[in-house]
Structure formats: C-alpha cells, structure tokens
Write a protein that binds this ligand. Structure first.
Ligand code: DGL
Length: 277
C-alpha cells in the first residue's frame, strides 16, 4: 500500500493556464506525481458569476480528490479569488489557491509600494488580490484592471510579442497601470505568463512580473515540506492530465503551454461525470 507522502499533487484550472503552475512544480519538485485537470469544455470561468465559478470549482475539486491526492492547488486566479480565504474548501485535503502566494510575493517584491494587478473580470471584481496585499502591507497602493482578451488570445496561441495585435492589446490594457508607476505587476490569471514577454516589453525591465502559478508552486513546496509530505524515495514524478474536452486537442495544446516534449497521459472526463462527482 502506498504511503500518504506518495500521493500525487492535484492541480486544476478552467483550461490550460494552470499548466504554468505545473511547469514550475515539475522544476521545484521533480519527484512528485501530478494530476492535472483542465476544464477545457467550460473555459472561460472569468466571465461568469461567483456562484457559477464556485459550483464548477466544487466539481473540479471533488474530481481531483477522487484520485486520492495530498494537496489540491486551484491554479486559477478566478477560482482562487472566488473561494477567498476559506481553508475548508478542499475538505480534508489541504487546499491552496494562487491569490495569497502571489499577493505575498508581490508585497515582498515592491520597493516603491505601488503594485499592479491584472486578471479576469471576476478576479478583479472580487478585490481578492488587494485584500491579501493590504493584509500584509496596509501602506501599499494597488491598481488593478481586467484584461478580457488575454485568455482567448493565449488559448489561440496568440502570444508572439512581435505580433502587432498582441502588442496593441497589451498596450490598451496596461497603459493605465504603467502610467501609475507600479514597480511590481501580478499576472493574476495563470494564462498570462504566456504573454510575459509582450507584457514585460511594454512595462519595461524595472517592473517585476509575478506569475501567480509559479508563486503557488513555490508555496506548495513549502507547505508540503512543513507538513512532512515531500517524497524522498527518489521517484521520478509523472504527469497525468484530464480534460473535459477532446484529449487530442489537449495533447496538441499542452506542448505549446509547457514548451518542449510532453511526457504524460491525457484522458477525457465528461462534464456529466464532473457534475455527478
Ligand atoms: N486561468 C484562469 C485564471 O487564472 C483563467 C481563465 C478563465 O477561465 O477565464 O483566472
């Protein structure tokens, strides 16, 4: 029988964006198995109501937990900000979102006390990033904005920083935040690191970009270490992915999202199955 430590880390997102967190987890914790669920049949979540987002998130969590995991990561800014700081969301399994880790990383990184936050409409409406940043550093000013076209652009693979359309959309969304003089910018949606180069070209070298997925991966490592749940048996971690839309499409896209060769399995799970889990 496998020990608790040997269980996988469960990660989910509305689509492919959470793979930015998976990529970082694989770097930091190469010995850990990862189970990823991308709800590609119901993406995007960020344009929906809080009630609908929480309903989907509960189904995603129970699907992930049916695979017996030792930690659940909501690698989705939209879900994390809807859940807020409810530690019981994962039931008996520790649950980690991306908002608190990214908020903490930004509060530590800022030198001039001006932080920018970008995310989906639901994330920005929730004020969750402001809330965590002000809890840590009440004196810091936060300016936030939603970037509704970023998720479909990333899902379409439209991320080339030399593409005039990409550059124009980035400029349109980020001009206000740039002129406010922020020195730190939270990419509050896990899709956005795919536009990192275009964003950083526009914002300039002096602005530190915080990837919410990467910040969550770093905190996940800490959390598992504190709880004595890191694997130490020399195992090579595997990645098993589940998607609510076509497995072939996921397999095609995953290579783009993770870069290089994808060594993992992909299986489809129906939305009906999710709704009954
Ligand atoms: N990756 C999700 C997030 O971090 C995004 C998008 C969506 O479903 O709208 O918010």
């Amino acid at each position: 029988m496998s020990s608790y430590k040997e269980k996988a880390i469960g990660v989910f997102d509305s689509g492919m964006g959470g793979l930015t967190c998976v990529k970082e987890l694989q770097k930091l914790l190469p010995g850990e198995d990862i189970i990823y669920f991308g709800d590609t049949a119901r993406v995007p979540y960020g344009t929906r109501s809080r009630e609908r987002i929480l309903e989907y998130a509960r189904q995603d969590v129970s699907f992930i937990e049916s695979h017996s995991v030792k930690l659940v990561i909501a690698a989705c800014g939209t879900v994390s900000s809807a859940v807020g700081s409810d530690p019981s969301f994962g039931g008996d399994v520790p649950f980690l979102g991306v908002v608190s880790p990214a908020g903490r990383a930004a509060a530590n990184a800022t030198r001039n006390g001006l932080i920018g936050v970008i995310g989906t409409a639901a994330t920005i409406r929730s004020g969750a990033y402001e809330h965590i940043i002000h809890e840590i550093s009440p004196e810091v000013s936060v300016i936030s904005d939603c970037c509704p076209l970023f998720v479909p652009m990333v899902e379409e693979g439209m991320t080339d920083p030399s593409d005039i359309v990409v550059r124009s959309v980035v400029e349109r969304y980020l001009s206000k935040i740039k002129s406010a003089g922020v020195d730190t910018l939270i990419l509050g949606c896990t899709h956005y690191p795919h536009l990192e180069k275009a964003i950083s070209d526009f914002m300039g070298d002096n602005v530190t970009l915080i990837s919410s997925g990467a910040a969550a991966a770093a905190e996940a490592k800490e959390l598992l270490r504190e709880k004595g749940l890191l694997r130490t048996d020399g195992h090579t971690g595997r990645l098993d992915c589940y998607t609510s839309d076509s497995a072939d499409l996921f397999r095609e896209n995953v290579k783009v999202f993770m870069g290089g060769d994808f060594c993992g399995t992909v299986e489809r799970v129906s939305v009906e199955q999710l709704c009954s889990s």
